[in-house]
Design a protein. Sequence first.
Length: 137
Amino acid sequence: MLGVIGFGISKIEAEKSPEVKGKISINNNIKINAVEKTDLFLGKNKQEGLKFSFEYVSTYDPKAGKIILIGNLVAVDDKEKVEEIVSGWKKNKKLSAEVLAHVLNSILNKCNIQAIILSREIGLPSPVQLPKVQINK
């Protein structure tokens, strides 16, 4: 099973249009840009891992703003699985449904929080619908 051991954001961009009026629609998107093998050293032991380069984008329309997070997620798995994932990516730029779901959920867990903080700082609505308490009478 793929195990996430590292996550890092290398670029953060957040902008807001000065004239934000009316109803704003928010579209969130994640794109995996690259998948490559990386050597990981756990103590004196070397293990092959995977580095997934990603781009997370929240777009506020009509042209109200944008939040972009670019970074990497590092994961480990057994050697055969690492080879299978990398060769599949090189062949057709695709990941299996199981690997893709795990990677995207891990990225979303980190990026959604960062995007909520950034949206608050620049005065845009949260890109993620937050839960609300409703009281029944």
